[in-house]
Design a protein around this ligand. Structure first.
Ligand SMILES: *[C@@H]1O[C@H](CO)[C@@H](O)[C@H](O)[C@H]1NC(C)=O
Ligand SMILES: *[C@@H]1O[C@H](CO)[C@@H](O)[C@H](O)[C@H]1NC(C)=O
Length: 711
C-alpha cells in the first residue's frame, strides 16, 4: 500500500517537485520529520500524506508539496533552510530561474534562484504569525519567460513550547463558608498558554497547589479548588493564601509554568452562641427617674459576626418584670434596660432580673451544639429621691349648692410627702384659676370654703388648681385640679318664654284659641321643668277668657264667647300666674295683652283699630318732637289770638272760648292724652323694636308677682 501510493505521487507530481528539508536541530520532533519524508512510510505518515495528495490533486499543474514547515524561534548562526523548489523540466536544455513572491518574500524568506533553496533569514514567531502564503515560479534564465504558471504554497511556522502558562485574571479572591464539609468547591482558576493548543503538549496545562495545603486541593485538569480539610473555623483563622501553579507539557519536567495566588476568606456561619461578659450586673437608679430612661446595658458577646452575632434580649424572670423592660440595640449588639413603670423607694428598694440573650439567626446545623443563648442576673437598686407631695387623688370633683352659706366648707383635698422624712404640707389656691377669689383654702388641712356667693345661673363650674407645698422644702410642689360644680337651687320664678301679643277676631267663635304661650325658668331642675298655669284668683271666673294647659307644658288661651267688639273694648289684659315645680315652688304673673281685631271670614286679622294707632307708625322721636312743637306753636298762636280777640271784643269771649276748648280736645284725641297712656306706651316709640308694632305694648311685668320664698 505505501509503495503504491508512492508510485502514484511520483507519477502525478511532475515536472516540479518541492523537496522538504528538515533541519537536524529539530530531529527530536519526530512526527514532523517523518510526516514529510517521502521515502519512508508508516500508516500514520501516510495519512498525512494522503491529505496533502488530495490538495495537490485539485491543482492542474501542481507543485509537489505545497506546504513547507519551519520551526519558530530558530536562531542559529546561518539562515535556516526551509525547503527547495525544483522542477522536472529538462535542466540541460534550458537554464531555469526560480522566483519567489508573496508574504515575506525577500524579507523573511530568500530563494536561491538557481538551486531553488528557500531560507528563512529572520527569526520567526508562531504566536505572531503562524503561516505565510507565497508564490513560486520557474522562468527561463535568459528570457525571463515563465516556463510554468505560478503556484502558491504555504510556509507554516511550527510551534515550539516557547510560552509559559499565564493566569490572566489573578490574583484571585474567593470565599467559602467556614465549617464546610471536605471537598466543598471554592472556585476555579484558568491559566492560558499562547502555544499551539492543537499541536503537541506545549499548551496542555496541569494545575497543582504549591502553597495552601493541607487546607485546599486543586483538580489538576479543571483547576477547581476545593476544601481539603473539614470544619475549618473562621474564628480560628479567617484567611488563607493559596499559591497555584499551572504547568504545560502536561506537567512533565521541562515544561514551562506560571503561578498565581488565591486568597480564600472563610465566611461566617453561626457556630458560636452568645455569652454574657458578666454573670451579674449591678445598676442603681433614683426612684424619680423619668419613665423610659435607660438604666443600664448588658452585653452578650458572640464570636460570630454580622447577623450571626445578633441576639435579642429578654427579661425572663425576676421580681421587676413589670417595672422594667429590655430592648435590643442592634447597632451596639447589647440590651438596654429601661424603666416602664414608676419606682417608689419607699415601697421597694431593689429588684432582681434574669435577662437572656438569644441568637436571632440560628443555623440548624449547629443547634445540636447546645442552646444559642445565655442568661445573666441584673440587680437594680432604687435610690431615694426628694419627691414632691402626692395628693390623695389626681383630680377632685366637688359639688356645692348655689345658696351655700359663705365660709361653709365645700370640700377638702389631702396630700402627703412620700419621702421617709415626711414633711408637713401647706395648701393654697392658684389664684390664676380663681381670679374672683370665690374660694378660700385652709393652708393646713386643705378644707375649701366659700368666699363669695355662688350663682349657678351665672357659672356652673369653678375649676381651680390647688397647690401643695412641702414646708421643709418649698421647691417640692404639686398641683391638683379641683372642679367645683354649682348645684341648682330653685331661685328663679318661671315667666313667659317670649313677649306674646294676642289677637282676637271680632267674628270668632266661642272656644277659639286666641294664643298659645309657653314658659321658661332659668333654674335647671333635675327632672326638667313642669309649669302650672292659673288665672289670678279674682279672675278665675273671667267671663271673657279661659285657659287650657297643653301636654307639652304650654298654655292655650281661649275665648269664652263671641261678639267681641273693638268699638266696645279694644284691648283686654289677662294676667296669668305661672308656677314651677321646685321645692318650694316659685311663681310669677305675666300679663297677656289681647287685642280685638277685625278679621276676614277665614279668621285672618285685617285691622286692629288702625285709625287710632296709625299715627305713631314709623315716627321717629324727632318727628314726634316736631309734631309736639307744632302743636305748642299752634296753641301759642291760638292763645295769642284769643287774648287779642278778648281785648278787642269782650262779649265774644265766652262763645269763642268754647271753640278753643273744643279745638284743644280734638288735638288731644289725635296726639294721645292722659287717658290714652294705658292704651299706648310712649316707650314703644322710643324702642326701635317697637316701631313696627302699631299694636299696644305688652304690659307684662306691671303686675308681676314677687317670689313667695327666696330660700
Ligand atoms: C370644669 O371641669 C369639669 C369636670 O372636669 C368639666 O366638665 C368642665 O367643662 C370644666 N369647665 C370649665 C369651664 O373648664
Ligand atoms: C268682659 O268683657 C266685657 C265687655 O266685652 C267687659 O265689660 C268686662 O269688663 C270684661 N270682663 C273682664 C273680667 O275682663
Amino acid at each position: 500500500m505505501p509503495e503504491r501510493l508512492a508510485e502514484t505521487i511520483v507519477a502525478l507530481w511532475t515536472p516540479l517537485i518541492i523537496l522538504w528539508i528538515t533541519l537536524p536541530t529539530c530531529v527530536y520532533m519526530a512526527p514532523m520529520n517523518q510526516a514529510y519524508t517521502l521515502s519512508t512510510g508508516s500508516p500514520l505518515e501516510l495519512g498525512r500524506q494522503s491529505e496533502e495528495l488530495r490538495i495537490l490533486n485539485r491543482s492542474k499543474r501542481g507543485w509537489v508539496w505545497n506546504q513547507m514547515f519551519v520551526l519558530e524561534e530558530f536562531s542559529g548562526p546561518e539562515p535556516i533552510l526551509v525547503g527547495r523548489l525544483h522542477t522536472d523540466l529538462d535542466p540541460g536544455s534550458k537554464k531555469i530561474k526560480y522566483i519567489l513572491s508573496g508574504d515575506g518574500a525577500g524579507t523573511i524568506f530568500q530563494i536561491n534562484d538557481i538551486t531553488g533553496d528557500i531560507h528563512a533569514i529572520k527569526r520567526l514567531d508562531r504566536e505572531e504569525k503562524a503561516e505565510y502564503t507565497l508564490t513560486a515560479q520557474a522562468v527561463d534564465w535568459e528570457t525571463n519567460k515563465p516556463l510554468e504558471p505560478p503556484s502558491e504554497f504555504i510556509i507554516k511556522v511550527q510551534d515550539i513550547n516557547d510560552n509559559a502558562p499565564e493566569f490572566l485574571n489573578g490574583p484571585y479572591h474567593a470565599t467559602v463558608p467556614e465549617m464546610s464539609i471536605l471537598g466543598t468547591s471554592v472556585t476555579n482558576v484558568t491559566a492560558t498558554d499562547a502555544d499551539d493548543p492543537v499541536y503537541g503538549n506545549s499548551a496542555k496545562l496541569v494545575y497543582s497547589i504549591l502553597e495552601g495545603q493541607p487546607y485546599f486541593s486543586i483538580e489538576p485538569e479543571t483547576a477547581i479548588i476545593k476544601t481539603a480539610l473539614p470544619n475549618m473555623d473562621r474564628e480560628a483563622k479567617e484567611e488563607y493564601l493559596v499559591v497555584i501553579q499551572a504547568k504545560d507539557m502536561g506537567g512533565h519536567s521541562g515544561g514551562l509554568s506560571g503561578t498565581t495566588t488565591l486568597t480564600v476568606t472563610l465566611t461566617d456561619v453561626n457556630d458560636n452562641p452568645p455569652k454574657f461578659a458578666q454573670s451579674l450586673y449591678h445598676f442603681s437608679v433614683p426612684e424619680d427617674v423619668v419613665l423610659g430612661t435607660a438604666i443600664g446595658r448588658v452585653k452578650a458577646n458572640d464570636q460570630d459576626i454580622g447577623e450571626n452575632a445578633q441576639s435579642s434580649y429578654d427579661i425572663i424572670d425576676g421580681d421587676g418584670t413589670a417595672l422594667f423592660e429590655i430592648t435590643s440595640d442592634a447597632q451596639a449588639q447589647d440590651g438596654v434596660i429601661r424603666l416602664r413603670k414608676p419606682l417608689d423607694f419607699e415601697t421597694k428598694k431593689s429588684y432582681t432580673l434574669k435577662v437572656e440573650a438569644a441568637n436571632i439567626h440560628i443555623d440548624p446545623r449547629f443547634s445540636g451544639r447546645g442552646p444559642f443563648k445565655d442568661t445573666a442576673t441584673v440587680k437594680i437598686v432604687v435610690e431615694d429621691a426628694d419627691e414632691p407631695p402626692v395628693f390623695s387623688s389626681p383630680t377632685y370633683l366637688l359639688e356645692v349648692h348655689e345658696n351655700a352659706a359663705l365660709n361653709s366648707v365645700i370640700g377638702q383635698v389631702t396630700a402627703r410627702d412620700p419621702d421617709i422624712t415626711s414633711s408637713p404640707i401647706r395648701f393654697s389656691i392658684d389664684r390664676h384659676t380663681d381670679l374672683e377669689r370665690q374660694f378660700n383654702i385652709n393652708a393646713d388641712d386643705g378644707k375649701i370654703t366659700l368666699a363669695t356667693p355662688l350663682d349657678r345661673e351665672l357659672s356652673v363650674w369653678h375649676n381651680i388648681t390647688i397647690i401643695a407645698t412641702e414646708i421643709r422644702n418649698h421647691s417640692q410642689i404639686s398641683r391638683v385640679p379641683v372642679a367645683i360644680k354649682v348645684l341648682d337651687v330653685n331661685d328663679n320664678a318661671p315667666e313667659f318664654a317670649a313677649e306674646y301679643e294676642a289677637f282676637l277676631c271680632e267674628n270668632g267663635k266661642p272656644g277659639q284659641v286666641i294664643q298659645t304661650v309657653s314658659a321658661m325658668d332659668k333654674d335647671d331642675p333635675k327632672n326638667g321643668h313642669y309649669f302650672l298655669y292659673s288665672l289670678l284668683p279674682e279672675m278665675v271666673n273671667n267671663p271673657n277668657f279661659t285657659i287650657k294647659k297643653n301636654e307639652d307644658n304650654s298654655l292655650s288661651i281661649l275665648a269664652k264667647h263671641n261678639g267681641f267688639n273693638r268699638q266696645k273694648q279694644e284691648v283686654y289684659l289677662l294676667p296669668i300666674v305661672i308656677s314651677d315645680s321646685g321645692n318650694p315652688p316659685l311663681s310669677s304673673t305675666s300679663t297677656l295683652t289681647i287685642r280685638v281685631c277685625g278679621c276676614s271670614n277665614d279668621g285672618v286679622v285685617q285691622s286692629c283699630n288702625v285709625e287710632a294707632y296709625v299715627l305713631p307708625i314709623g315716627l321717629s322721636m324727632g318727628a314726634l318732637i316736631a309734631i309736639l312743637a307744632c302743636i305748642i306753636l299752634l296753641l301759642v298762636i291760638v292763645v295769642l289770638f284769643v287774648t287779642l280777640r278778648r281785648h278787642k271784643n269782650e262779649p265774644l269771649i265766652i262763645k269763642d272760648d268754647e271753640d278753643v276748648r273744643e279745638n284743644i280736645i280734638r288735638y288731644d284725641d289725635e296726639g294721645g292724652g292722659e287717658e290714652d297712656t294705658e292704651a299706648f306706651d310712649i316707650a314703644t316709640l322710643q324702642n326701635p323694636d317697637g316701631i313696627n308694632g302699631f299694636l299696644p305694648h305688652d304690659r307684662r311685668g306691671l303686675l308681676r308677682g314677687i317670689p313667695e320664698n327666696d330660700a
